[in-house]
Ligand binder design. Structure first.
Ligand code: 6GU
Length: 239
């Protein structure tokens, strides 16, 4: 998979991709990151990539040329390939687990990072396939959302995670939150690990864990809880 990120702030992205799971995706699954500076595609000698909005108003809008020009080059580099173009924006569709899984199956992904007041709408109309929001709050730019989306999707590329932390057992693959976990010591400053986990009874442990997941989801995320029940994935254990 090739992942292009077009941004006015390449340092934000580059600083992250050589670390941890982002790096493992390169080493274990042949993911290739291409971080391009939008200014390198400015069509003027001042390398200006933004301008004032038509019709007036505050803030600057990112010009169309850097996106169209860089996309021409991406098309050239990937002739005949399907290209998925993701534009992170608060106006987008809410990003979730299913979208992460879907994106992880693509061969060429492109992220257009907006800033300031947004990107000229013609870029979105003509080039963007997916406008995606990571939550109901406003961020300064699309760089962190792009990293969030990349993190969420590379976990689903075969070979990136080892089987013991397989994405198949993630929260959200069955709409339930994870339950609590504990490690040694069994008692710390008077705080005890639940007895059942020390029992060695695997069936009991399994049942307890599922109950914890259901209770936690019911309490914290009623919306997911209803979904889990509908999907009949509650394991017949309704706590
Ligand atoms: Cl994807 N972009 C920006 N700039 N702000 C956001 C967002 C995305 N999702 C939530 N807020």
């Amino acid at each position: 998979m090739k992942i292009y990120v077009l941004t006015a702030f390449p340092e934000i992205i580059k600083g992250c991709l050589d670390i941890s799971m982002y790096k493992k995706a390169q080493e274990r699954a042949g993911v290739e990151y291409k971080i391009w500076d939008l200014r390198d595609f400015a069509n003027n000698k001042h390398r200006q990539i933004d301008d004032t909005p038509y019709g007036g108003g505050t803030g600057m809008v990112l010009k169309p040329e850097p996106f169209f020009l860089s996309f021409d080059k991406i098309k050239e580099e990937n002739a005949g390939e399907k290209i998925r173009v993701i534009y992170p924006s608060p106006q987008g569709k809410a990003f979730n687990h299913d979208m992460a899984v879907e994106f992880s199956k693509e061969r060429v992904l492109v992220f257009f990072c907006g800033h300031y007041k947004g990107v000229d709408e013609r870029v979105i109309e003509a080039l963007v396939t997916d406008e995606v929001s990571i939550g109901d709050y406003v961020l300064t730019g699309g760089e962190l959302p792009a990293l969030v989306i990349i993190d969420a999707l590379i976990r689903h590329i075969p070979g990136v995670l080892h089987s013991y932390d397989s994405a198949k057992t993630d929260s959200f693959s069955d709409n339930l939150l994870e339950g609590p976990v504990y490690t040694k010591p069994a008692e710390y400053r008077g705080l005890k690990v639940p007895e059942v986990l020390l029992s060695g009874n695997h069936a009991l442990v399994k049942e307890w864990r599922q109950k914890q997941r259901l209770e936690r989801t019911k309490e914290r995320r009623k919306d997911l809880y209803e979904k889990a029940l509908q999907n009949n994935l509650s394991g017949g254990c309704h706590g």
